[in-house]
Design a protein around this ligand. Structure first.
Ligand code: GTP
Ligand code: MG
Length: 293
């Protein structure tokens, strides 16, 4: 228990390689879905704030894009987001998928963390998928703490929160207790559509696909009307997303509408339009305008 008046608050950056389980963990920590999750790597494209307010502490969790190679402007921007999150946090969680272990590909992240003077907690994720063996963490990195979690079964989640509380400085309640994130609703809507597209499309198209909410109209009492463009980079990708006789885009629309209605707790109209916009993922200004920042 803290002394009266000594409220704690601070930023906890969640970092790690693509597909390590960062977004699943932030959703579990908050008890609410604020970040989309897919089985494919490089799902997250934004720094997403998730606020967890307790009586004596406010955690400002930041989900980040996974570290990955890739030379497009989009790829570089994503890695930069994760790097900035490391610099701006009070404590960093370094997530490593326990089914994969601490591979050599983590070296770059390790170097960046060593430059940083903030505490780093090593977190082995997805431990429901591995037999109970200790994760091997490299000797050269001295972590402030180590733990194992499963966002699926909830194992280790409360212990992680308790541990993190100890790393947060004294500070004010930055956000009101009912505020979950700093992003507008339309951002979450665009992400839910992207989540469906990621799972429905093969391996190539999702990485060149962006969702641009053109309008979000709440003026009607019992129906929110949303029109969104699905941007793709080539004419052939446009054909794939539309599908034979428009079947794929229709199914994508139905699945997206269900997810968005659950999220908003309201009936919605959803209009989806597939647009060929060459090179959007190579234009830093466009990437930012789409909310990937
Ligand atoms: N079994 C199991 N699967 C998990 C767990 N956490 C995440 N996953 C799965 O791992 C995959 C990747 O999860 P994400 O949360 O999207 O991973 P991420 O690190 O945010 O990925 P990027 O945004 O691409 O960097 C998804 O299929 C999740 O369902 C877990 O605790 N247990
Ligand atoms: Mg993610």
């Amino acid at each position: 228990m803290n002394e009266i008046g000594s409220y704690r608050s601070g930023v906890v950056a969640i970092i790690g390689r693509a597909n390590a389980g960062k977004s699943t963990l932030i959703n579990r920590l908050l008890g609410e879905k604020i970040a989309i999750v897919t089985s494919k790597p490089q799902t997250t494209r934004s720094r997403i704030l998730g606020v967890l307010t307790r009586e004596e502490v406010q955690f400002l969790f930041v989900d980040t894009p996974g570290f990955h190679e890739g030379q497009k402007a989009l790829n570089r921007a994503l890695v930069q987001l994760a790097e900035e999150a490391i610099k701006d946090c009070d404590v960093a969680l370094l997530l490593v998928d326990s089914t994969k272990g601490f591979s050599a590909s983590y070296r770059d992240i390790v170097f960046k963390l060593q430059e940083n003077t903030k505490p780093v907690v090593a977190v082995a994720t997805k431990i429901d998928l591995v037999p109970k063996t200790e994760m091997h963490w490299p000797e050269e990195l001295s972590f402030s703490a180590r733990c194992s979690v499963s966002a699926k079964t909830n194992f280790g989640i409360d212990a992680l929160l308790q541990l993190l509380e100890g790393f947060l400085p004294e500070g004010p309640r930055y956000y009101s207790p009912d505020q979950l994130s700093d992003r507008p609703l339309r951002f979450f809507v665009s992400e839910l559509i992207r989540e469906v597209a990621f799972e429905m499309l093969g391996d190539e198209v999702p990485y060149d696909l962006a969702v641009d909410i053109r309008d979000f109209d709440e003026s009607q009492e019992d129906l929110i009307s949303i029109n969104a463009d699905l941007l793709v980079e080539t004419a052939s990708q446009k054909k794939i997303v539309i599908g034979k006789g428009g079947r794929l885009i229709k199914e994508l629309g139905i699945r997206s509408r269900h997810k968005i209605e659950r999220f908003l707790g309201s009936k919605i109209y959803l209009g989806l339009f597939v647009k060929h916009e060459a090179r959007w993922s190579k234009k830093p200004g466009r990437i930012k305008a789409l909310g990937y920042n």
